[in-house]
Design a binder for this molecule. Structure first.
Ligand SMILES: NC(=O)C1=CN([C@@H]2O[C@H](COP(=O)(O)OP(=O)(O)OC[C@H]3O[C@@H](n4cnc5c(N)ncnc54)[C@H](OP(=O)(O)O)[C@@H]3O)[C@@H](O)[C@H]2O)C=CC1
Ligand SMILES: CC(=O)N[C@@H](CCC(=O)OP(=O)(O)O)C(=O)O
Length: 392
């Protein structure tokens, strides 16, 4: 059999395994949804409707929350804030949302939170902690910024260039990598949604480190992000002329996601882990790939890594281990909450190469945020998240 024929059979086997798994999990969740909640149809909402605020609804992650919640059976957006764009209808800020029945954007200071049960906080770091400090206690909060992700506030001060102004809230926050921290998220009031790079990196590495299959101190990560990862505000380095037809590495050795990645991996290892991490901005709108080079522990084979990941994620709808050499592609997850992973042997160095892809705006931000609020509210975890990839 030719190599091409072999790899195409393998690829097909990988896909059919996955299709079976997804449909099985979806059926299981649909069953739960039917029992737990009655559905919303059109403007008729059931008594299970949860009123939602979106803070920073005029930004990219805010808009993505609105897109996902349009198909959510329980969450209904009744409050939306902005800063410079306060006072405007959403369709004048995001014309693609014109068909949604949504309230106008208002300033945070004018918002009445008494009628809202939960908020997605899609604001810049720094600003976020000041605003969350002033929110009423009854609210469940999923914060998409970096403000509550680092447990050590001195580390926050070092990497974010300012002291943390809400240390008590920081102590209360649960780091929301859903597949890893689901039990804690269930009872949390404030969830710190992980950063996009840290999500794509920790999902494959945490189970491997916990099982002592890789050397945690020699991890090298080469990551690439679409430009929407930098948000919607105007910046010179994000102009079309600066981004198109080129690749720009940035934050080499000092990107602020380093301590977040090291925190998660150190927890898994129960000892201090350090990483070499280099992000790149590439000329695409959404999507992210992390290519991770690891040394396997003594006596460990690539098949052991593969089996561990397969076992860790076989009951997870949104983390998919591809089979038999299939290569994760950002095209395969565009607009979805999936993380696709595969592991490859580097026969020359003996290392393993792990490839992980997510959509930075979905599993890397708003999708994981919706997944987390579903967990916090006891709803099926995939509510509002059943999207097929946009391809081509
Ligand atoms: N983009 C991504 O892929 C990811 C982003 N994140 C994080 O999520 C958060 C939001 O990101 P993103 O949506 O991309 O950012 P954007 O820059 O696109 O949006 C920021 C939002 O915050 C509002 N805002 C800005 N300053 C203030 C202020 N002082 N008071 C009140 N509101 C304010 C803006 O309002 P206005 O437009 O009216 O000025 C806008 O609605 C950030 O912390 C980001 O780091 C996390 C993971 C991935
Ligand atoms: C392409 C790009 O610029 N990406 C952002 C990361 C987006 C993200 O996850 O940011 P938070 O940690 O603030 O949530 C960056 O490198 O800073």
């Amino acid at each position: 059999m030719s190599a091409t024929a072999f790899s195409s059979i393998c690829f097909d086997r990988g896909c059919s395994w996955k299709v079976e798994k997804i449909s099985k999990l979806r059926k299981r969740n649909e069953g739960k949804q039917f029992v737990t909640c009655s559905m919303k149809s059109g403007n008729n909402t059931s008594q299970n409707t949860v009123r939602i605020g979106v803070l920073g609804a005029s930004g990219y992650t805010g808009a993505e929350v609105l897109r996902l919640l349009a198909n959510h059976p329980q969450f209904r957006v009744t409050l939306m804030t902005a800063d410079r764009k306060a006072g405007q209808p959403i369709a004048s800020v995001f014309p693609h949302l014109i068909t949604q029945d949504l309230p106008d954007l208002i300033a945070v200071k004018d918002a009445n939170f008494s009628d809202v049960e939960a908020v997605f906080c899609c604001l810049p770091h720094g600003t976020t902690q000041e605003i969350i400090k002033g929110l009423p206690q009854h609210l469940k909060i999923v914060d998409l910024s970096a403000d509550f992700r680092l447990r050590d506030i001195s580390e926050y001060a070092e990497w974010y260039g300012q002291p943390h102004s809400a240390p008590d809230l920081q102590k209360e926050a649960v780091y929301g990598l859903t597949e890893i921290a689901r039990e804690e998220i269930k009872t949390a009031r404030l969830v710190a949604n992980p950063g996009c790079y840290p999500t794509s990196i920790q999902l494959p590495l945490v189970p491997l480190i916990k099982a002592n299959l890789i050397e945690p101190r020699n991890v090298i990560i080469d990551a690439k992000s679409g430009v929407s990862g930098a948000g919607r505000s105007a910046k010179e380095n994000l102009l079309y002329t600066e981004v198109a037809e080129g690749i720009n590495s940035y934050g080499i050795t000092r990107h602020r996601h380093v301590p977040e990645i090291e925190q998660g991996l150190s927890d898994a290892a129960r000892s201090k882990v350090t990483v070499s991490f280099t992000p790149h901005l590439i000329p695409m709108i959404r999507g992210m790939q992390s290519t991770i080079y690891v040394e396997m522990a003594s006596g460990v084979r690539i098949e052991d890594l593969y089996e561990q990941l397969k076992q860790s994620y076989e009951n997870e709808e949104f983390v998919v281990l591809l089979e038999n050499g299939a290569i994760p592609r950002t095209h395969s997850i565009r607009g979805t909450n999936y993380c696709l992973i595969n592991v490859f042997p580097d026969r020359i160095t003996g290392r393993a190469i792990i490839v992980s892809v997510i959509d930075n705006l979905v599993k890397g931000a708003s999708g994981q945020a919706v997944q987390n609020l579903n967990v916090m509210m006891g709803f099926p975890e995939n509510s509002g998240l059943n999207y097929q990839p946009l391809f081509p």
